[in-house]
Design a protein around this ligand. Structure first.
Ligand SMILES: NC(=O)c1ccc[n+]([C@@H]2O[C@H](COP(=O)([O-])OP(=O)(O)OC[C@H]3O[C@@H](n4cnc5c(N)ncnc54)[C@H](OP(=O)(O)O)[C@@H]3O)[C@@H](O)[C@H]2O)c1
Length: 265
């Protein structure tokens, strides 16, 4: 797919990977519809893109962890004259905590943002993409999708769900002109860890990728119709090789590999 002139929805576009992807896509000539939680930050990204690349960037703030927020976003998307060609489900996050210490409200919001929102949006938007000459979906999972994630158990499980959802949709859409890609980022230098409340000082610097590089890879993957893509070797090993190890070994290795649980500091 030539991304120039295509209408692309990016969720979680106000910071990190989503912001970098919006800038990358604008540089490739895509027209953008951006959404995130905080309106002011989103408007700032849109202004930055317009100043750098010209054109008009559409923005709509929505709380994707809330069904009413998603319904409002979907109604607005349907009311727009220009149909979408590409949907990037990128918004995500969670709160770092031992599972048994996490308030249910935190876990509920994590599941709502990382599971309910992509499922709801894709169920609503895929029929629109199928009506287009060509369509693309990119689902941002994680290199930990198939690994234990102590301290972010519900978030990690959600990323596994997204990998499975994306591959199942790719199966169902075989023979159509819509392609679904699951993208697996490794550790990426964004506000994600701070927002989660994690100390990742033990993660080796060489394992932290830049959001700009990840954004280029996502855009390349969308353009070339990839179904499965990793940002780096660690993400590939985590998703493909580590699941081949016995579970008992995986659990021991991952227990304290890069961080300790918050009550163990
Ligand atoms: N960074 C990493 O190491 C890493 C690794 C693997 C996978 N990922 C995945 O990559 C994706 C992007 O993460 P990032 O690292 O770029 O993190 P980030 O900088 O924290 O960005 C998260 C984005 O999600 C949006 N968001 C959060 N809660 C929302 C809500 N309730 N409703 C709507 N939007 C909401 C945020 O908007 P506001 O700013 O307005 O809240 C922000 O735009 C996520 O799916 C994450 O799981 C990241």
């Amino acid at each position: 797919m030539d991304l120039a002139g295509k209408f692309v929805l990016v969720t979680g576009a106000s910071s990190g990977i989503g912001r970098a992807l919006a800038l990358e896509l604008a540089g490739r000539g895509s027209r953008l519809v951006l959404t995130a939680l905080e309106e002011a930050q989103l408007a700032g990204v849109a202004a930055e893109i317009e100043a750098r690349h010209g054109g008009h960037v559409e923005v709509r703030a929505a709380d994707l962890s809330d069904v009413a927020g998603r319904d409002d976003l979907l109604a607005w998307l349907r009311s727009r004259a220009d149909p979408l060609d590409v949907v990037v489900s990128n918004a995500g996050g969670g709160r770092f905590s031992r599972f048994t210490a996490a308030p249910w409200e935190d876990l509920r919001r994590t599941i709502a943002l990382n599971v309910d929102a992509p499922t709801h949006l894709l169920r609503a938007l895929l029929p629109l993409l199928l009506a287009r000459p060509e369509g693309r979906v990119a689902i941002i999972s994680s290199g930990i999708a198939r690994l234990p994630y102590p301290g972010l158990a519900a978030y990690g499980a959600a990323k596994g769900y997204l990998a499975s959802l994306g591959e199942s949709l790719a199966c169902e859409l075989l023979g159509t002109r819509v392609r679904v890609m699951v993208f697996f980022p490794g550790f990426t230098r964004t506000g994600f860890m701070d927002a989660a409340g994690m100390d990742v000082s033990r993660v080796p610097a060489h394992m932290l990728g830049s959001p700009e590089r990840v954004a280029r890879q996502i855009a390349d993957g969308i353009a070339s119709g990839r179904r499965w893509r990793f940002s780096d070797l660690s993400a590939r090993l985590g998703a493909v090789a580590a699941p081949l190890l016995p579970s008992a070994l995986r659990v021991r290795i991952l227990r304290n590999l890069f961080w300790r649980l918050p009550d163990e500091d």
